[in-house]
Design a protein around this ligand. Structure first.
Ligand code: FES
Length: 372
């Protein structure tokens, strides 16, 4: 495998390393694919470390360690260590329930620089019901305190949906109390298990408006103390999100089995043969793999994106959502009000007013039988 001279594209800023699909929680909004990788198929320690070497060599600055639950890997410490030794900023995206004082100290010693800790709710019983993990919320509160005590910056991530949206004010309060420097009020994104559970999770318009008002008020009140990120559900949006900062522009994702993707959901797209870290270097993939070139930049865009003054801001939105809603990954994201398919997003909204179905919990090998 020879190095390829870089063409016009900039190097990726961040690597999203999905170390495993294993997770003790079973959140119904998980964006992982329905077909989850088993432990036996995961990349081994040495391969992850070699991949990090390749990432650093092409200029990747940030390493986001995620999953599934990344701390389910027994080799998480040497994995973090290699990324840190290479000078990449290391961010652990975790549900937290497998961490304790000792493992956090080991991760800090290995060079970990930031923790993003997810919460399912502020109300313990509902949080544990959503994650289908008894005692999970209490454990997360302990872990948040340990992370802060270890001197690590903390982001508190609250995934918001129809079954917890009333408590967004308390979520922001909790994040502040925990000493988070950043609070994410993240509406569910409907991919993978989240799409399967959309009818149980999609908020009502009234819930969305109340959440928006709460976030706007808190941003003013907490200015200079905590940053609040807010992600709205695409189904209510008028303009599309800049998914991944644009296809193959800023981020590169590697799945537990070693598939290299421009985004976490790309494996749903037909007509692609995504490369593996076993076949090509990250440089070859980033700069010349057809899957990465396919929707990079603006040349591929259809109308109305092609003549839109926002095309280098939103990059035509999300290819995976375009495919999920319209069946065509190369059309304008229907979240955009200018898309000829925008009405297809609105057609979904009545789901938010109907009685919610039971959750289909995220499970490896699940036959998608619902449980509540
Ligand atoms: Fe694949 Fe948005 S999730 S492009």
């Amino acid at each position: 495998m020879n190095a390829i001279p870089p063409p016009a594209a900039s190097p990726p800023m961040g690597l999203i390393a999905e170390l495993t699909h294993r997770c003790p929680l079973q959140c119904p909004y998980c964006a992982n694919p329905l077909e989850l990788a088993r432990a036996a198929g995961e990349l081994d320690t040495q391969t992850w470390q070699r991949v990090f070497d390749e990432a650093a060599a092409i200029g990747v600055l940030q390493c986001h360690l995620t999953g599934g639950e990344p701390t389910a890997r027994r080799d998480i410490v040497p994995i973090v260590r290699r990324a840190a030794e290479l000078g990449m900023y290391t961010n652990l995206i975790t549900a937290g329930v497998l961490l304790d004082e000792r493992s956090i100290a080991e991760l800090v010693e290995a060079g970990l620089e930031h923790v993003q800790l997810s919460f399912q709710d502020v109300e313990p019983a509902n949080a544990d019901r959503i994650g289908n993990f008894k005692g999970g919320h209490a454990k997360k509160l302990e872990v948040a305190a340990l992370v802060k005590a270890a001197g690590l910056p903390l982001t508190a991530n609250f995934v918001v949906h129809r079954q917890n949206a009333e408590r967004v004010p308390e979520m922001i309060e909790l994040g502040t109390e925990l000493g988070a420097g950043r609070i994410e009020v993240a509406s569910v994104q409907y991919y993978g298990w989240g799409l399967t559970n959309r009818a149980a999770l999609l908020p009502t318009r009234a819930q969305l408006d109340a959440t928006t008002e709460t976030v706007e008020e808190a941003r003013v009140r907490l200015k200079g103390k905590v940053v609040i990120d807010y992600v709205v559900p695409d189904y209510y949006a008028m303009r599309p999100k800049s998914c991944m900062g644009g296809w193959a522009r800023r981020l590169i994702t590697i799945t537990p089995r070693g598939r290299v993707l421009p985004c976490h959901a790309a494996e749903i797209l037909p007509g692609f043969d995504f490369p593996s870290v076993h076949e090509k270097t990250l440089a070859e993939i980033w700069y010349s793999d057809p899957a990465f070139l396919r929707y990079r930049g603006t040349d591929w865009m259809p109308e109305p994106c092609r003549s839109c003054d926002q095309k280098e801001i939103d990059w035509a939105g999300c290819r995976c959502q375009a495919f999920q809603i319209t069946g065509d990954a190369s059309c304008t994201d229907p979240a955009c009000s200018l898309s000829p398919d925008h009405a297809m997003m609105h057609a979904v909204l009545p789901e938010s007013e109907a009685p919610p179905p039971a959750f289909v919990y995220r499970r490896i090998g699940s036959n998608l039988v619902g449980a509540k």
